[in-house]
Design a protein around this ligand. Structure first.
Ligand code: GLN
Length: 456
């Protein structure tokens, strides 16, 4: 814990930690020491963690990287973080992210950009760590903490993990409680571990997972021993390569990475076959209807009354002006865009054409996966992202759709509620890390992690 606190102090330039909690860290570490001495020490005991700013942490600023939650210190602790503290983990502080987890580059944060600790060979261009869990990814990659929490609505754990050379697991929807995690799109959001290795991901998920009566969508099923599943034996398992993910214009280095991953699985005794997920091409548009629709509803609560920021009002302003001014000042451009898209697709005249249609297509996407799993596929291998980390500022100014295209390999997994993991798997020509994604069957995170172990 002391070593991490020192590293964090020297790493301001990365802008990964946005709220520091050294006193709390030292107290928790002292308790962990006592537990270790007494012999009652679970696997997470004494492990210093960074926590994404989306998790409510009691008495500690929790702002979802938004001005609208400026000064908000929750009276309660999220279930996932409470479970981590129970398991003896230590909180070093809160981590930067895209505002309300909307983004793929950490450039929508009210705290400013996070800088990826990696550089292209021979250059010093500052690169994005990805998003929305960009602070978590940068902090783990730069050794500011041993692991971090992330959340993944459309790729926000897996894409930043890929961009920073770490491991990121999005569990099955319902595996971890969403209670106390500031909501973005409730039917897609899921918390997960961002770690230095597959084994660490298994251990940390163990502490985070489990049913919670306070989240009706958390699954009331047993949590198996994830670490015990890590045998490294995948002989006879069947891995699918979905042909729809082989997109036009895919960079040669991404294709090569994918082929190398398939080879590693084959060498370990798995059978690798081509499969089809025919509705893949509808996933991005479906996601970018459903996620903003749910976000617009979730973000209606930021009204200048209940939480955080309230705009200064002028003489004669009424409640409508208060809402308008507060929300105009409090929300950044990307969040406002999502709220507008969301309210539009939910409006009476367009509900059937957009929102309802997207929900139907979502079912078809989910069925594609159910079909291949029913046909005997154990896991699906794809690239995690269409490219390595890009430069800060390189995409932010472009058409927002360019940024959304980053999520092309990851959003299907959230729409179908499946577990997915990104593991570091080589580098591009300029020395930047690349990630491979494995997608597993629902509730089979242990099996998924075991396949990932082979790629590590
Ligand atoms: N990049 C995606 C978005 O902007 C995913 C974000 C996430 O998973 N939280 O919506």
């Amino acid at each position: 814990t002391e070593a991490c606190l020192t590293e964090i102090e020297g790493a301001d330039a990365l802008n990964a930690f946005v709220h520091h909690t050294p006193d709390m860290a030292r107290q928790q570490a002292a308790k962990a020491d006592a537990r270790l001495r007494s012999g009652d020490a679970p696997a997470m005991c004494g492990i210093p963690l960074g926590i994404k700013d989306l998790f409510c942490t009691k008495g500690v600023a929790s702002q979802a990287a938004s001005h609208i939650l400026g000064g908000f210190k929750p009276e309660y602790e999220s279930t996932v973080t409470a479970k981590l503290w129970e398991a003896g983990a230590v909180m070093l502080g809160k981590l930067n992210m895209d505002e309300f987890a909307m983004g793929s580059s950490n450039e929508t944060s009210a705290y400013g950009d996070v800088v990826n600790p990696w550089r292209r060979n021979g250059t010093d261009t500052a690169l994005t760590p990805g998003g929305s869990s960009g602070g978590s990814a940068a902090a783990v990659a730069a050794d500011l903490c041993l692991a971090a929490t992330g959340t993944d609505t459309g790729g926000s754990i897996r894409q930043p993990a890929a961009f920073t050379g770490i491991t990121g697991l999005k569990p099955t929807y319902g595996r971890c409680s969403r209670w106390g995690i500031i909501a973005f799109a409730s039917s897609l959001d899921q918390a997960g571990p961002m770690t230095k290795s597959v084994r660490d991901a298994a251990i940390m998920l163990q502490a985070m997972a489990g049913h919670d009566a306070k989240d009706s969508t958390s699954a009331d099923i047993p949590v198996p021993d994830f670490e015990a599943a890590l045998t490294g034996d995948i002989r006879g398992r069947k891995i699918g390569l979905p042909r729809e993910y082989r997109m036009d214009g895919m960079p040669a280095e991404i294709e090569k990475l994918w082929a190398t991953g398939a080879e590693m699985l084959r060498d370990a005794g798995a059978e690798v076959v081509d499969i089809s997920l025919p509705h893949t091409k509808y996933a991005l548009p479906t996601y970018y209807v459903i996620a903003p629709a749910e976000a617009s509803s979730n973000l209606a609560r930021y009204d200048g009354v209940r939480f955080g920021h309230r705009a200064k009002l002028s003489q004669g302003d009424g409640i409508t002006e208060m809402y308008e001014k507060t929300r105009a000042e409090g929300f950044g451009a990307e969040v406002q865009r999502r709220v507008m898209v969301g309210t539009y697709v939910l409006s009476a005249g367009f509900y059937d054409a957009y929102y309802n249609k997207a929900r139907k297509v979502r079912t078809l996407i989910k069925r594609d996966f159910e079909q291949v799993f029913a046909d005997g596929i154990d896991a699906i291998l794809t690239p995690a992202t269409p490219s390595a980390a890009f430069g800060l500022g390189e995409m932010a100014s472009a058409d927002p759709v360019q940024m959304y295209l980053n999520d092309v390999f990851t959003v299907t997994v959230n729409l179908a509620g499946l577990p997915g993991i990104s593991v570091p798997a080589g580098q591009d020509q300029r020395g930047l890390p690349l990630g491979l994604q494995l997608i597993g069957k629902p509730w089979e995170e242990g099996d998924l992690l075991n396949h990932a172990l082979v790629l590590e």
